[in-house]
Write a protein that binds this ligand. Structure first.
Ligand code: ZN
Length: 278
């Protein structure tokens, strides 16, 4: 572990709306700003029934940067008609990001149970390629998030940073990069080299932190607060920052346990855990 790594910069702390899911976005942005958080990543479910431009302005008026919109993707499907529908939803996400003022959309790329992963990967590549003109016109970029292989059945056929880097290389567009989430990739023996490669490709667009609990009781909603698990967070941030990355460190925690707690206390613990462990 590097001892030269500086403590995490509070000015680079971003929290996802899903992390404090019980709070409506208006409450979350006010509480985040008051607590000294500087960035917010907005989940689309938090926008239901809102005027997007007005919500974006309200967030910026709190002094928060809108880091990204979560999420687009889910490109693979068994029929051409369903794949077209998926593309339409992604086009809607691009329009939403533009209206909100979010410069980036995180992609959970998708997979279909029983469909060969190679076919899903081809459909993912074709889907992202089809969106590039809209991205460029809207000034919105896309970040491929590799997901832990336990989600390869139905959530993403892109499961390692190496695969995400290959996809970025194949697409060769400055509109497409990677959202690196420690929860999904911490186990990968090629992680250090692939982070460096991602940096060389200028493709490291976002960095998400949480922790891996032992035992993990739910595949989706039992992520840990930083420091509660076994992910070597300081080591990973050192590798990320060695690429020159100085973007936000985004706290993204799906946790039924944490959502059941008092969210103000929880936010205070997030900030403490950010200082102590990220
Ligand atoms: Zn993530």
């Amino acid at each position: 572990m590097s001892h030269a790594l500086p403590l995490p910069d509070l000015d680079r702390l971003c929290v996802h709306t899903i992390t404090t899911r019980p709070w409506p976005i208006e409450v979350a942005s006010e509480r985040f700003a008051k607590a000294g958080v500087k960035g917010i990543t907005v989940w689309r479910d938090a926008l239901t029934g809102r005027d997007l431009a007005r919500t974006g302005q309200l967030i910026r008026d709190q002094g928060l940067s809108i880091v990204s919109l979560c999420r687009g993707g889910f490109f693979p499907a068994r029929t051409a008609g369903e794949r077209t529908k998926a593309l339409d939803d992604n086009r809607l996400a691009i329009a939403e990001a533009q209206a909100l003022g979010a410069p980036l959309i995180v992609l959970v790329c998708g997979a279909v149970p029983g469909q060969p992963l190679a076919e899903s990967r081809k459909q993912i590549r074709d889907g992202i390629a089809a969106l590039l003109p809209e991205c460029r016109a809207a000034g919105v970029k896309l970040a491929i998030e590799p997901l832990h292989p336990m989600y390869a059945d139905s959530r993403s056929a892109i499961n390692t940073l190496g695969q995400a880097n290959d996809l970025c290389e194949a697409l060769a567009s400055d509109c497409v990069g990677v959202a690196l989430d420690v929860y999904h990739v911490w186990w990968d023996p090629a992680l250090e080299q692939e982070i460096a490669r991602c940096g060389r490709q200028n493709a490291l667009f976002a960095y998400h932190v949480s922790d891996w609990r032992t035992p993990t009781l739910d595949l989706l909603n039992d992520r840990g607060l930083m420091g509660e698990g076994c992910i070597p967070l300081r080591q990973l941030r050192a590798w990320v920052e060695a690429t020159g990355y100085r973007g936000f460190n985004e706290v993204e925690i799906f946790s039924s346990r944490c959502w059941a707690q008092d969210q103000s206390d929880y936010l205070a613990r997030i900030i403490q855990a950010y200082r102590d462990y990220v």
